[in-house]
Design a protein. Structure first.
Length: 319
């Protein structure tokens, strides 16, 4: 589950219970910093925290200043230069600059946008939440944008597919696993939120909605089924297609598909053998290598996490 869901629901719950809470979000990060824009932490009235801004001295200082602002019921934009001032405890001096928006949330109308964002994320949709702070005598708004989870389709529910699926869930992928064996693809073996689908692998793959945000991992139980699965998705708009197998097996499958009329240029985008080359041997290691490659592809272009600041009139509702 997206970590923002728990943070936002916790924030709303504290407000409902009339307990004080402040949300702290990195809205700007330049140079070398422990976290990028969008990192978020809650500070509660007992000074406990949820989430993280990267740990270390900066997080401790944000926590301290946020707690003081919470007592005063004030918002503020904090700026930290990550030099010797914040590197004394471990010798780690990042050299970058971080700006952190600190906003107490007191009333249901203030927590409502965060609750709506949590609802959207649970529906596997993108979400936006407003962050309002006073800065240089003006009220400014930043907008925290949280991307919708990427979709992962795993063809094959054998040992590798079953190991990849829960790991992908933890990494905020929406996971579907397809297999033609009922004893392998079921809710007992692949529990929610994983979506197990029983059916002919090739036909079921062809029926799936696949767009540029979809990742396809082909790890079936044999050469023929891998070939059929790849044939089913090679013309799709999938942002990633990977197939397990030795280089010899991959070449044989590619040659077969070319003989069937598939443009060889389309096969060049297939990651095969699948996964990053980390010397993986065991099934869990192979699953890690596959997910590492998916993360590498997914994060090639980092999404804009925070927009702003936008000047707003005091008391004006967010658009």
């Amino acid at each position: 589950m997206n970590p923002f869901v728990d943070l936002f629901r916790s924030l709303a719950r504290r407000v409902d219970e009339k307990r004080r809470v402040v949300i702290c979000t990195v809205v700007g990060a330049h140079g070398s910093t422990p976290q990028s824009a969008g990192a978020t932490m809650l500070v509660h009235e007992d000074m406990s925290t949820e989430g993280t801004l990267g740990g270390g001295c900066v997080e401790a200082e944000v926590r301290k200043q946020a707690f003081t602002l919470l007592q005063r019921n004030q918002s503020e934009l904090l700026t930290f230069q990550l030099d010797h001032d914040y590197g004394w405890d471990d010798g780690l001096i990042c050299g970058g600059t971080m700006r952190v928006a600190v906003m107490p949330v007191n009333a249901p109308e203030e927590s409502r946008p965060f609750l709506a964002a949590a609802d959207a994320l649970e529906r596997r949709e993108a979400a936006t939440a407003p962050l309002r702070v006073n800065h240089d005598g003006q009220l400014e708004e930043y907008r925290l944008s949280i991307e919708r989870p990427a979709r992962l389709i795993i063809a094959g529910a054998g040992h590798v597919g079953a190991a990849v699926a829960p790991l992908a869930v933890d990494l905020d992928f929406e996971v579907t696993v397809i297999d033609d064996r009922a004893e392998f693809v079921n809710a007992d073996r692949l529990p929610p939120p994983i979506r197990p689908v029983l059916g002919d692998i090739e036909r079921t793959l062809r029926a799936q909605p696949i767009d540029a945000g979809t990742f396809v991992v082909i790890v079936t139980r044999g050469h023929n089924r891998d070939e059929q699965a790849l044939h089913a998705v090679i013309d799709s708009a999938a942002g990633y297609i990977g197939m397990i197998g030795s280089r010899r097996k991959v070449k044989l499958i590619f040659d077969d598909l070319v003989a069937m009329g598939v443009d060889r240029a389309k096969l060049e985008r297939v990651r095969a053998p699948i996964g990053l080359s980390i010397g993986a041997v065991t099934v869990p290691e192979i699953a890690v290598s596959i997910m590492s490659q998916l993360i590498e592809v997914r994060r090639r272009e980092k999404p804009t996490r925070v927009e702003g600041p936008f000047a707003v009139a005091a008391g004006k509702a967010s658009p």
